[in-house]
Design a protein around this ligand. Structure first.
Ligand code: CAA
Length: 263
């Protein structure tokens, strides 16, 4: 396992094809401040530059995934500063959403405000049964600022998103599962293992095909269905330029197992 010591608020380690970014700011329940966003940018560049990476896991230390944006940093912002803070956080989250490899949020506790928004920009969400979700921003006199008004309705539907955002209600992990906000629930003890099992399953597939599927889904969600189908066809065709497609299909026909090289 490779672990990187250059970060104050993030623990980062890579094992085989899976990298993990763990937010480590337990005094504030992993609340996100500007320094953490800067570290995230550096960490994402490292993940992008390592060709071995096939999946990224994002999680938090202790009892919290992320309890929101840091309220002590926001309390005295003026309009211009708030705009810059919102833009910066949203840019980092968009970068996570568009990362070339799938990102799994492994949600170990509070996922509130900016923490829920961080989970929303990931491809897949696995939560422990003690996790809590919500967008309590209106109770602080603000709207969500890192894109929940855009991503939550796309994931759970407009009606449920409006209810959660207008009331600021905190929901438990079972309700989050029921409304489609999370993909899977586990016990707190099994969260890391269950997340790794899913990450490993993804990492065993043909990496270029997985990355093309991610691009096709993301681009397709932002366009009309005709354009989306065309986008998919182009990615599908691109896969036929890869060694993994030839090896994968030949292995199937010979009833053999193949290991994908990402080429
Ligand atoms: N920002 C800054 N500090 C935070 C924080 C946050 N979002 N969430 C928790 N903390 C700090 C607390 O101030 C406290 O610090 P001290 O020990 O120095 O007093 C410490 O973390 C532990 O928190 P609590 O004592 O409150 O812990 P608890 O277990 O009693 O409650 C909680 C946990 C329900 C998550 C509660 O901390 C809470 O409600 N936190 C705020 C949640 C929130 O409103 N998040 C949205 C923020 S706004 C946002 O995210 C905007 C955006 O979209 C861009």
């Amino acid at each position: 396992m490779t672990s990187y010591k250059k970060f104050k608020f993030l623990n980062i380690y890579t094992e085989r094809h899976i990298s993990t970014i763990q937010i480590n700011h337990p005094k504030a329940l992993n609340a996100l401040n500007t320094k953490i966003f800067h570290e995230f940018n550096r960490a994402l560049t490292m993940v992008e530059n390592d060709n071995n990476n096939r999946v990224l896991i994002i999680t938090g230390v202790d009892k919290s995934f992320v309890a929101g944006a840091d309220i002590s940093e926001m309390v005295n912002l003026n309009q211009e500063q708030a705009k810059a803070f919102g833009e910066f956080g949203s840019e980092v989250f968009r970068r996570i959403e568009l990362l070339h490899i799938p990102v799994i949020a492994s949600i170990n506790g509070f996922a509130l405000g900016g923490g829920c928004e961080l989970a929303l920009c990931c491809d897949i969400r696995i939560a422990s049964q003690n996790a809590k979700f919500g967008l309590p921003e209106v109770g602080l006199g603000i709207t969500p600022g890192f894109s929940a008004t855009q991503r939550l309705p796309r994931l759970v539907g407009t009606g449920k998103a409006k209810e959660l955002i207008y009331t600021g209600s905190i929901i438990d992990a079972q309700e989050a599962l029921d409304i489609g906000l999370v993909n899977k629930l586990t016990t707190r003890e099994e969260l890391e293992e269950e997340t790794l099992i899913m990450a490993q399953k993804i990492a065993e597939q043909a990496p270029i095909a997985v990355q093309c599927a991610k691009k096709a889904i993301n681009s397709g969600m932002d366009t009309d269905i005709e354009s989306g189908i065309e986008i998919e066809t182009n990615h599908f065709a691109h896969c036929f330029t890869t060694k993994d497609q030839k090896n994968g299909m030949q292995a199937f026909l010979k009833r053999e197992k193949t290991t994908f090289e990402g080429k």
